[in-house]
Ligand binder design. Structure first.
Ligand SMILES: Cc1cc2nc3c(=O)[nH]c(=O)nc-3n(C[C@H](O)[C@H](O)[C@H](O)COP(=O)(O)OP(=O)(O)OC[C@H]3O[C@@H](n4cnc5c(N)ncnc54)[C@H](O)[C@@H]3O)c2cc1C
Length: 464
């Protein structure tokens, strides 16, 4: 089908948030209050922090402040791939922290297991399906890259299965596939908005005071406590945790390390049994292709296909703006790629199109730290892979605020910071040239130009 026609009736909003299950907002913060812990941000990062603070010590008084609505930002509009990896994939972990990779992989799987256990414990229904993820190659150089680390995968005892073309096409039938690698237990598919809303309800049940539409405008430290002010109220806390993602940070230093990158997605209408039968997909894995500009796609519980990725757009100046959430040029490209991958589905239309902003840092995985004499902790920079990893980051923040040395806080990954981005306007120039080079590498069998090779050597990069 012509992509323009297929998109004609697609709603311009995130599919997951466009749901009758979306709860009414919690009340704004009015007046002054105090708390043991104030959490800023009502995405996964803040929600996990508040929930686990209460689980660690139910007597703690915890307040969570969200500027808009719980889960409205990246957390409620993502692909819903809940990955075990804490390092934005095995290759990035190997590149940066080879000495602690076995521990990072183990802790990542534990984190995913604990997410699954939390959902059961708090009765959170977010269509969690531990299907694993299939990485697929559509060109030979991608296949070589996928199989490059098979020895290491075996050494680490990871549950990955290489699939040749026939076996892969028996799983999911696309004529574009050459082969793939199925990470069988290190990833679950879920409905991210229902996860955010479920975490909110669990927080409230445990006694967290959750305030929505309460943006924190300032933060004042008197040497013992920190006071956070919103338009109609204030809260003085002994400890503060920031889970504010890519938004203008309350801690100035963070703006050097994180840039906003826009990622876009489409949702199809539900597939009929016959349409789904054309492509198989009985094991319902999440799928990602192995290009630098990659697509990710998955089934929903009513058998729609979410189809996203490819373009990762940095708008010069690095602002976060609602108008950047729609990009027709990208939607048309994504629709065309969908039909190229699944020509059997040429009559399928799209019901939703949307974009969202990612907190990209130069090492592609979150970094952590403290400020204000240890009274404030932050975790940010998940770079498009925070659905699972934010829970790990929340645990790091709670360890740091408690002044506890744990296996987590001792990790080099936790103690080290990424390289900062240069200031604007150099930042825009560097990022746009890097994006161009990445697109070129995909066109030239993965060959990286001098610029990308230099960045690789410096441990720097750009990703979504
Ligand atoms: C299109 C898209 C697809 C993605 N797909 C995946 C995927 O499949 N798998 C995966 O692992 N990751 C994915 N991601 C990334 C993932 O969604 C994020 O890593 C994760 O949601 C980050 O959670 P967070 O809580 O840190 O940030 P956010 O969800 O951005 O939440 C931050 C919150 O802080 C609030 N806030 C900020 N400043 C203030 C303030 N001053 N006062 C009060 N509140 C404030 C904001 O309003 C916001 O609600 C995707 C992201 C996008 C955009």
């Amino acid at each position: 089908m012509d992509p323009l026609k297929a998109l004609a009736d697609a709603e311009r909003k995130p599919y997951w948030l466009d749901s009758p299950a979306r709860p009414e907002p919690r009340p704004r913060l009015f007046g002054h209050t105090t708390a043991d812990l104030v959490v800023v941000g009502g995405g996964f990062s803040g929600l996990w922090t508040a929930l686990m603070a209460k689980e660690r010590d139910p007597s703690q008084d915890v307040v969570l402040l969200e500027g808009r609505r719980i889960g409205w930002a990246a957390s409620g509009r993502n692909g819903g791939f809940c990955m075990a990896t804490l390092t934005h994939g095995l290759a990035n972990g190997l590149e940066r922290w080879p000495d602690e990779l076995d521990r990072l992989e183990r802790m990542g799987v534990e984190n995913l297991d604990e997410i699954e256990a939390t959902l059961r414990r708090h009765d959170i229904d977010c269509s969690f399906e531990r299907t694993g993820e299939l990485n697929v190659a559509t060109e030979q150089w991608q296949l070589d890259a996928l199989y490059e680390h098979l020895d290491l995968i075996e050494e680490l005892g990871l549950d990955y299965v290489p699939l040749d073309r026939e076996r892969l096409r028996a799983e999911i039938d696309s004529p574009t596939y050459l082969g793939g690698l199925w990470n069988r237990s290190g990833c679950a598919m879920l409905d991210p908005a229902r996860l955010a809303w479920g975490l909110r309800e669990a927080c409230v049940r445990l006694g967290v005071r959750v305030h929505e539409r309460s943006p924190v405008r300032s933060l004042d430290d008197d040497g013992t406590t920190i006071t956070l002010r919103t338009p109609h109220g204030s809260v003085t806390g002994r400890r503060v945790a920031l889970g504010t993602g890519v938004f203008p940070p309350l801690l100035r230093r963070l703006k050097h390390f994180v840039v906003p990158v826009y990622d876009y997605a489409l949702m199809t209408e539900p597939l009929s049994d016959a349409q789904l039968g054309e492509i198989g997909w009985r094991n319902r894995q999440g799928v990602g292709d192995a290009a630098n500009q990659f697509h990710y796609y998955r089934l929903t519980d009513d058998n729609r296909i979410l189809w996203g990725g490819y373009d990762a757009v940095y708008y010069n100046g690095g602002l976060v703006k609602p108008e950047y959430e729609q990009r027709d040029e990208t939607f048309v490209k994504l629709a065309q790629h969908f039909y190229d991958t699944f020509p059997q589905l040429s009559d399928v239309r799209f019901s939703h199109r949307w974009g969202g902003v990612i907190d990209t840092c130069s090492r592609f995985s979150a970094f952590y730290g403290q400020a204000h004499g240890g009274r404030l902790a932050y975790a940010v920079g998940y770079t498009g892979m925070g659905v699972g990893a934010t829970r790990f980051g929340a645990n790091v923040m709670l360890d740091l605020l408690a002044g506890e040395r744990t296996e987590r806080t001792e990790l080099r990954m936790v103690r080290e910071k990424p390289m900062p981005f240069p200031p604007e306007p150099v930042r825009s120039g560097v990022i746009q040239f890097t994006r161009w080079s990445i697109a070129k590498a995909d066109e030239q069998q993965g060959r990286r130009n001098l610029w990308l090779r230099t960045l690789d050597r410096m441990g720097l990069g750009f990703d979504s």
